[in-house]
Design a protein around this ligand. Structure first.
Ligand SMILES: [Zn+2]
Ligand SMILES: [Zn+2]
Length: 154
């Protein structure tokens, strides 16, 4: 049986075509993935365009470079962090009104002058004013002992 050169060439062509298609599919996949990833991390069109072009032109090395340069945080994570920070700030700068009679009170009042409800407490260790809801002193870290009486001693 003579060696079938034509058959071998066809097989090589098929293999070549297969790898060609495979390479293009991976390349397109990487570009799409980069586009989605950068959109989740940056609102700037310039950054998005640059990242996608990087992967289009440099392919796998481009995506490695993108991994190094991309914004560390996703927009969703950034939003959540900002929300948490805002909540913390609100906790500190809470509207200063007596929870019992809604009278305006000064931030460093320990008791409401109107209804005598306890508003804040003094740290036993550093004697600074802290919130009743915290169980450690935010200034010196001393644990807060038993809850104080809810109304003024007088
Ligand atoms: Zn009050
Ligand atoms: Zn303290």
């Amino acid at each position: 049986m003579p060696f079938d050169l034509g058959g071998l060439v066809t097989v090589l062509q098929l293999v070549g075509a297969f790898f060609g298609v495979y390479f293009v599919a991976v390349w397109i996949g990487l570009v799409i993935w980069t586009f989605r990833d950068v959109r989740a991390r940056s609102r700037q069109v310039f950054t998005q365009l640059l990242s996608v072009l990087l992967v289009i032109f440099f392919n796998v090395p481009g995506i490695l470079l993108y991994f190094l340069l991309r914004p560390r945080e996703t927009l969703a994570a950034q939003y959540e962090r900002e929300l948490a920070e805002e909540a913390l700030l609100q906790d500190i700068e809470e509207k200063q009104a007596c929870p019992a009679c809604q009278r305006q009170v000064h931030p460093d009042f320990l008791f409401c002058p109107n209804c005598h409800t306890r508003l804040k407490r003094r740290c036993d260790t550093c004697h600074r004013i802290t919130s009743l809801r915290w169980n450690i002193c935010p200034y010196c870290g001393a644990p807060v002992s038993a809850p104080p009486p809810t109304t003024s001693p007088t």
